[in-house]
Design a protein around this ligand. Structure first.
Ligand code: ZN
Length: 722
């Protein structure tokens, strides 16, 4: 316990502003207090595992055998344009990622002698129809609906069908997750029958374009992450970023053409686009540059609001709306428009305080309601529904910003009930107000999350129980490559909104960070070749047991309830990789840390003596530390390379995590998930290092620590022969 207390004291002394670090501390505290202890048995990710599908489908029945895709396989599509387009999408994916160029056939050219991937609705594709009848597949059954699909893989054929194109497209995305590259222009698909449909009809992601100049990151994110994980809506917040033709003084440098491209990509991937102009922010950006100051409600910076009583405010705002309508026109327009309207009394905002507003004799709440109605009427005439954030409409702690002195929440009875309320809460124990708004008569209410895993898990489950319209994952870092790691949680949001209540954060069989990296890189997921793997005997160097005791001399010195005795030792295969973990008293090579001082700072000369194109390090830290902190490194020595040596840095949260990590390890691979005696989940990651000199013999490796709290520990090294 002393070590724990001193560890926490160290954390608190550490002047870190890293939210993830604090989150980890919170997780750790939960582990320590045993709040999360449960009675589940140890669960091990089996080595002959089936692919992990994200989102988790509703019904999956694995079969025996596999379907082999090779250059002779054809894609047989139905007669509609959408079905052809979906076929082309699959064709392109197979070409880009696996180098296979398959022919697309339709109409009379659909014949059954060839091995075919059948795509389409039964009424558009006779072979799909026939197969559905043979297999008693009825799309009217269950809740398949608009977005559901049936995916069938047998050794002879593959079929993806559904009631609507969007569902068929989601089925193709699941099919892509089933593909296993064999590395020789052949792809293996395990036989399976999947029947799947979403929990929520609205599964959205909000992207902010503040300071974003080009659309490349957003396009990649939409195509490779949102579409892949079946997100069906994207909200684009653009007021400060679009280069407005009518008002260049208000916007940024994202061109209308760039926005058009984003909309096009989304639409092509069956994703609905909702534009957002936070009206207050739109004019605020002009005020700050000295424009339109006659419309500023507050007389001095930061000029939060525009005047709700001045018709000129709306002339400008509606000119921006008109431009958005023009950009979206070629794509069939949009059904919803988001007007923002959050936090208008924060940071010096004083709605209703200017002489013009005061002269009306109306309260700030009345002025606010009139303002919302002006936007609402503008869009209603155009057949578009309005969305807004919820916080100005509620009083109280947390995100209720409608309380004194302005009491904007008093406007609630005056707000049209067909406005969609976006109820946002970002803490792990989010106090959902979805039911509050439903009781007030709002039919469409959406829960909004951000990046905390328990925020996403808890809020989505509450929204499901409240029968909400759906969930919107908000992202307040700009949608550009500099914020690459700010978006991986979207994958978990997608998993929860498609099939809620199934995968709590600590028991995820995948790490969203790893999935996100792979999805954005667009590389085939290849199994490491079993025939080329060799293991390294670490037993001569092992200095620490995976088991702990009440002398606190094992594993993390946290006692037997929090040790790693459930982790298998000996020769084991995890995620297709063979590892050799020393049996007996000492199982790992652990380095000194500030919390476990009685260990060596470095272990030199781990003998390898072989060539390798990759080395796979199975490792973990005994304790968490700050994200990106260098906790140690490996130094590689080549036999004939003279003094040539390479250092491989181990940064916490990148190449290495702690055993209590459940997500966010960005450059490593989750290979095992289990539980401690306490019932808490544990995860072990492997880091795969690509050797730049595969033709040289690696003589030895040094394992060097940095004396952080982390105490890195090496379990096994596996090499892949060149
Ligand atoms: Zn005013």
């Amino acid at each position: 316990m002393i070590t724990i207390i001193s560890f926490i004291a160290r954390l608190l002394n550490n002047k870190t502003r890293d939210k993830r670090f604090i989150k980890r501390l919170a997780t750790l505290l939960l582990i320590i207090t045993g709040l999360f202890s449960s009675v589940y048995a140890v669960e091990v990710i089996s080595s002959s595992e089936k692919p992990i599908l994200i989102p988790l489908p509703k019904e999956v029945k694995w079969g025996e055998g596999q379907f082999i895709v090779d250059s002779k396989t054809v894609i047989g599509v139905g007669s509609s344009m959408d079905e052809k387009r979906i076929g082309e999408f699959l064709q392109q994916e197979l070409k880009d990622i696996y180098g296979l160029n398959l022919e697309i056939v339709s109409g009379k050219r659909l014949y059954r002698e060839k091995k075919t991937i059948l795509i389409g609705k039964p009424e558009n594709n006779p072979l799909v129809n026939k197969l559905c009848q043979e297999r008693n597949i009825f799309l009217t059954e269950k809740k398949i609906g608009r977005e559901g699909y049936v995916l069938l893989v047998t050794p002879k054929e593959v079929m993806v069908t559904g009631n609507e194109s969007q569902g068929i497209y989601w089925g193709i995305q699941t099919l892509i997750q089933l593909l296993n590259s064999t590395g020789e222009k052949k792809i293996v698909i395990p036989t399976v029958k999947i029947c799947d449909w979403p929990d929520f009809s609205f599964r959205g992601v909000h992207l902010h374009f503040r300071g974003v100049k080009d659309n490349s990151f957003a396009k990649n994110l939409i195509k490779n992450v949102l579409a892949k994980y079946k997100i069906n809506t994207v909200v684009l917040q653009i007021e400060e970023s679009l280069a407005w033709r009518s008002h260049p003084e208000l916007g940024g440098s994202l061109t209308p053409e760039s926005l058009s491209e984003i909309v096009k990509i989304a639409k092509n991937n069956f994703i609905e686009v909702i534009p957002e102009i936070h009206s207050a922010c739109a004019l605020q950006s002009g005020f700050r540059k000295g424009f339109h100051l006659d419309l500023a409600e507050e007389p001095s910076p930061p000029y939060v609001n525009y005047c709700f009583s001045n018709p000129k405010s709306y002339k400008i705002l509606f000119e921006l709306n008109d431009e958005v309508i023009e950009i979206f026109r070629p794509f069939g327009g949009f059904r919803y428009f988001h007007i923002g309207h959050d936090e208008i009394t924060l940071r010096g905002g004083k709605p209703g305080s200017c002489p013009r507003c005061k002269a009306t004799g109306k309260t700030p709440a009345q002025l606010f309601a009139e303002d919302v109605k002006k936007h609402y009427e503008y869009w209603k005439k155009k057949g578009v529904k309005v969305m807004m954030w919820h916080d100005m409409l509620v009083k109280g702690a947390g995100t209720g910003h409608g309380g004194p002195p302005f009491n904007i929440a008093d406007s609630l009875p005056l707000i049209p009930r067909d406005i969609v309320i976006c109820d946002w809460h970002y803490g792990p124990e989010c106090p959902s107000q979805i039911e509050y708004f439903q009781k007030k008569g709002f039919k469409e209410v959406i829960g909004c999350t951000w990046r905390n895993p328990y925020n996403i898990w808890n809020f989505t489950n509450k929204a499901k129980r409240a029968n909400a319209l759906g969930m919107l994952n908000t992202n307040w870092v700009p949608a550009k490559s500099g914020h690459f790691w700010g978006f991986f949680h979207i994958i978990y949001h997608a998993d929860c909104t498609w099939n809620s209540g199934r995968r709590p954060p600590s028991e995820l069989p995948y790490d969203p960070a790893e999935e996100y990296r792979i999805a954005m890189e667009r590389k085939p997921v290849k199994k490491e070749d079993a025939g080329l793997q060799f293991t390294v005997d670490l037993s001569p160097y092992c200095n620490r047991s995976l088991k702990d005791n009440y002398k606190f001399s094992g594993w993390a010195a946290r006692g037997p309830k929090y040790d790693l005795k459930t982790f298998p030792t000996g020769r084991i295969r995890l995620k297709g990789i063979l590892f050799d973990i020393a049996k007996g008293e000492k199982n790992v090579v652990m380095l000194k840390g500030t919390l476990i001082p009685n260990l060596p700072k470095k272990v030199r000369g781990i003998k390898i003596g072989k060539k390798a194109k990759k080395l796979i390090f199975l490792h973990s830290c005994a304790w968490p530390t700050a994200e990106k902190k260098l906790v140690g490194y490996y130094r590689i020595f080549y036999k004939n390379g003279g003094t040539k040596k390479i250092a491989i840095p181990l940064r916490y949260g990148y190449e290495i995590g702690s055993y209590s990590s459940f997500w966010g390890i960005k450059k490593a691979k989750l290979v095992w998930r289990g539980k401690m005696e306490s019932g808490d989940s544990i995860g072990i990651y492997a880091f795969i290092w690509n050797n730049p000199f595969p033709e040289q013999i690696i003589e030895k490796i040094d394992f060097l620590g940095m004396e952080t709290p982390a105490s890195p520990a090496l379990f096994a090294i596996t090499g892949i022969k060149p």
